[in-house]
Design a protein around this ligand. Structure first.
Ligand code: PEP
Ligand code: MN
Length: 263
């Protein structure tokens, strides 16, 4: 179902007043995790001013260590919903378990499936049963074909609103957190009608690399960018090292507009 031979025309995903997969590049920005109401609302307002098209933030965080900050849960979802009220921007947030899908779908505009869950088939089927757009991240050790087969699980359940996300894969290189596989963008475009989003933040792991990777992704044909921004990255509860400062985000948006024509 996800292959271009089955459906040659590009699938567009309606997100607020934007069509992902259309001529505009969708930029979803925000902190790794929702940390507090004040912090998130303030961040949302500045991202809105800088031209973001959607807000990202984690309420349920998959963490390598069980002792790290794992998110505010439903409280975080409520804060994001409030930010949507204020800014009008749609909300992208991760759902970790099939049993949480109903709860997260009550608040979120886009259900994000994280890299660690790309092959959580029960979760894929559960989001496939909803009418919410899904952002499916590539597993950090998954091939492009495996990503497409995971998308197939969602679409087979009737939900065609799926965006694929390249977020870096594990390689021998240690200078970056993961290696951004830019080839995935034109390859996915060749194989599938689904829109392609790139997350340069989790790929790079270092904020100074993020704008260049975002620009390269859009130049390569990405339909959207998912990027972490924090008002005070040094104080972030998670992923501060890769989070852009607000002024870096604004500069990146200006550069993206030049590359994409219209953002
Ligand atoms: C995230 O977007 O915050 C996240 C956890 O991403 P990934 O699943 O790609 O690590
Ligand atoms: Mn993160």
């Amino acid at each position: 179902l996800v292959s271009k031979s089955f459906k040659p025309e590009t699938t567009t995903v309606q997100l607020g007043d934007m069509l992902v997969g259309g001529p505009e590049v969708m930029v979803a920005a925000g902190p790794c995790a929702v940390e507090s109401r004040e912090n998130f609302l303030e961040t949302a307002a500045l991202l809105h001013r800088a031209g973001a098209g959607a807000l990202r933030g984690g309420a349920f965080k998959p963490r390598t260590s069980p002792y790290s900050f794992r998110g505010l849960g439903e409280e975080g979802l409520k804060i994001m919903a409030e930010a949507r009220e204020v800014t009008g921007l749609p909300i992208v947030t991760e759902v970790l378990n099939a049993s949480d899908v109903e709860l997260v779908a009550r608040y979120a505009d886009v259900l994000q499936i994280g890299t660690r869950n790309m092959q959580n088939f029960a979760l894929l089927e559960a989001v496939g049963e909803t009418d919410r757009p899904v952002l499916l991240k590539r597993g950090m050790m998954a091939s492009i074909k495996e990503l497409l087969l995971s998308a197939e699980y969602i679409v087979a359940r009737g939900n065609w609103q799926v965006m694929l996300c390249e977020r870096g894969i594990r390689t021998f290189e240690t200078e970056t957190r993961n290696t951004l596989d830019l080839s995935a963008v034109p390859l996915l475009k060749q194989y599938t009608h689904l829109p392609v989003v790139v997350d340069p933040s989790h790929a790079a792991g270092k904020r100074e690399l993020v704008p260049a990777l975002a620009l390269a992704a859009v130049a390569a044909g990405a339909d959207g960018i998912l990027v972490e921004v924090h008002p005070e990255p040094e104080k972030a509860f998670s992923d501060g090292r890769q989070s852009l400062r607000p002024e870096q985000f604004a500069a990146m948006m200006a550069d993206l507009r030049r590359v994409a024509g219209a953002v």
